[in-house]
Design a binder for this molecule. Structure first.
Ligand code: 5GP
Length: 114
Protein backbone atom coordinates (compact mmCIF):
# COMPACT_ATOMS: atom_id res chain seq x y z
CA UNK A 1 0.00 0.00 0.00
CA UNK A 2 1.31 3.46 -0.82
CA UNK A 3 2.34 5.76 2.02
CA UNK A 4 0.09 8.55 3.22
CA UNK A 5 1.32 12.16 3.07
CA UNK A 6 1.92 12.12 6.82
CA UNK A 7 3.84 8.81 6.64
CA UNK A 8 6.13 10.45 4.08
CA UNK A 9 6.60 13.39 6.46
CA UNK A 10 7.22 11.02 9.40
CA UNK A 11 9.81 9.14 7.32
CA UNK A 12 11.40 12.49 6.28
CA UNK A 13 10.74 11.86 2.60
CA UNK A 14 8.87 15.18 2.64
CA UNK A 15 10.43 17.98 4.71
CA UNK A 16 8.61 19.52 7.66
CA UNK A 17 9.31 21.69 10.67
CA UNK A 18 9.56 18.84 13.17
CA UNK A 19 8.54 19.62 16.75
CA UNK A 20 8.73 16.16 18.34
CA UNK A 21 9.18 12.50 17.39
CA UNK A 22 9.39 9.14 19.06
CA UNK A 23 8.76 5.55 18.00
CA UNK A 24 4.98 6.03 17.96
CA UNK A 25 4.22 9.63 17.01
CA UNK A 26 5.60 12.63 15.16
CA UNK A 27 4.64 16.29 15.56
CA UNK A 28 5.35 19.03 13.05
CA UNK A 29 4.17 22.54 12.23
CA UNK A 30 1.12 22.80 9.98
CA UNK A 31 2.04 24.17 6.55
CA UNK A 32 -0.98 26.53 6.61
CA UNK A 33 -1.18 27.68 10.23
CA UNK A 34 -4.57 28.78 11.57
CA UNK A 35 -3.15 30.20 14.80
CA UNK A 36 0.25 31.51 15.99
CA UNK A 37 0.95 27.94 17.13
CA UNK A 38 -0.44 25.18 14.89
CA UNK A 39 1.15 21.77 15.28
CA UNK A 40 -0.07 18.41 13.98
CA UNK A 41 0.49 15.38 16.19
CA UNK A 42 0.36 12.20 14.12
CA UNK A 43 0.67 8.49 14.93
CA UNK A 44 3.21 6.69 12.76
CA UNK A 45 0.53 4.02 12.26
CA UNK A 46 -1.66 5.19 9.36
CA UNK A 47 -5.05 5.01 11.07
CA UNK A 48 -7.18 6.96 8.55
CA UNK A 49 -9.38 8.77 11.09
CA UNK A 50 -10.65 8.34 14.65
CA UNK A 51 -13.80 6.54 13.43
CA UNK A 52 -11.56 3.76 12.12
CA UNK A 53 -9.42 3.36 15.22
CA UNK A 54 -9.71 -0.08 16.80
CA UNK A 55 -9.62 -1.22 20.44
CA UNK A 56 -6.03 -2.38 19.92
CA UNK A 57 -5.08 1.23 19.06
CA UNK A 58 -5.88 2.44 22.59
CA UNK A 59 -2.23 2.73 23.62
CA UNK A 60 -1.16 4.82 20.65
CA UNK A 61 -4.27 7.01 21.01
CA UNK A 62 -3.51 7.63 24.67
CA UNK A 63 0.11 8.37 23.83
CA UNK A 64 -1.00 10.81 21.11
CA UNK A 65 -3.16 12.80 23.55
CA UNK A 66 -0.54 12.82 26.29
CA UNK A 67 2.10 14.02 23.82
CA UNK A 68 -0.24 16.76 22.58
CA UNK A 69 -0.51 18.06 26.16
CA UNK A 70 3.25 17.73 26.69
CA UNK A 71 4.04 19.61 23.47
CA UNK A 72 1.55 22.36 24.38
CA UNK A 73 3.27 22.69 27.76
CA UNK A 74 6.70 22.80 26.13
CA UNK A 75 5.50 25.51 23.73
CA UNK A 76 4.33 27.63 26.66
CA UNK A 77 0.59 27.28 26.01
CA UNK A 78 -0.49 25.70 29.29
CA UNK A 79 -1.47 28.93 31.08
CA UNK A 80 -3.13 30.71 28.16
CA UNK A 81 -4.84 27.54 26.93
CA UNK A 82 -5.08 25.82 23.59
CA UNK A 83 -7.41 23.76 21.45
CA UNK A 84 -7.02 20.17 20.25
CA UNK A 85 -9.02 19.25 17.13
CA UNK A 86 -9.64 16.01 15.25
CA UNK A 87 -11.47 16.39 11.94
CA UNK A 88 -13.38 13.23 11.01
CA UNK A 89 -14.90 13.04 7.54
CA UNK A 90 -16.34 15.52 5.03
CA UNK A 91 -18.52 17.65 7.33
CA UNK A 92 -15.53 18.23 9.60
CA UNK A 93 -13.37 19.31 6.66
CA UNK A 94 -10.95 16.39 6.93
CA UNK A 95 -8.37 16.82 4.15
CA UNK A 96 -5.64 14.29 4.97
CA UNK A 97 -6.84 10.70 5.62
CA UNK A 98 -4.22 9.91 8.26
CA UNK A 99 -5.30 10.54 11.85
CA UNK A 100 -3.86 13.71 13.37
CA UNK A 101 -4.54 16.05 16.25
CA UNK A 102 -4.37 19.76 15.53
CA UNK A 103 -2.81 21.71 18.41
CA UNK A 104 -3.88 25.34 18.09
CA UNK A 105 -2.84 28.13 20.42
CA UNK A 106 -1.53 31.64 20.83
CA UNK A 107 -4.82 33.43 20.19
CA UNK A 108 -8.37 33.50 21.58
CA UNK A 109 -10.46 30.68 20.07
CA UNK A 110 -14.16 31.05 19.30
CA UNK A 111 -17.01 28.76 20.23
CA UNK A 112 -18.97 27.40 18.46
CA UNK A 113 -16.26 26.59 15.91
CA UNK A 114 -16.92 27.47 12.26
P1 5GP B 1 -7.39 18.07 8.22
O1 5GP B 1 -8.25 19.06 7.47
O2 5GP B 1 -7.25 16.77 7.46
O3 5GP B 1 -7.80 17.88 9.64
O4 5GP B 1 -5.96 18.75 8.33
C1 5GP B 1 -4.91 18.53 7.45
C2 5GP B 1 -3.86 19.57 7.78
O5 5GP B 1 -2.67 19.19 7.15
C3 5GP B 1 -4.21 20.98 7.27
O6 5GP B 1 -4.24 21.88 8.37
C4 5GP B 1 -3.08 21.28 6.28
O7 5GP B 1 -2.66 22.64 6.31
C5 5GP B 1 -1.98 20.34 6.74
N1 5GP B 1 -1.09 19.92 5.67
C6 5GP B 1 -1.45 19.47 4.44
N2 5GP B 1 -0.37 19.16 3.71
C7 5GP B 1 0.70 19.41 4.50
C8 5GP B 1 2.12 19.27 4.30
O8 5GP B 1 2.60 18.85 3.25
N3 5GP B 1 2.92 19.64 5.34
C9 5GP B 1 2.42 20.11 6.52
N4 5GP B 1 3.31 20.45 7.48
N5 5GP B 1 1.10 20.24 6.74
C10 5GP B 1 0.24 19.90 5.75
Amino acid sequence: MSKTLFQKIADKEIPSALVYEDDQVVAFKDIDPQAPTHVLIVPRKPIPRIAEARPEDHKVLGHLLLKAAEIARRLGLEKSGYRLVLNNGPHAGEAVPHLHIHLLGGRQMKWPPG
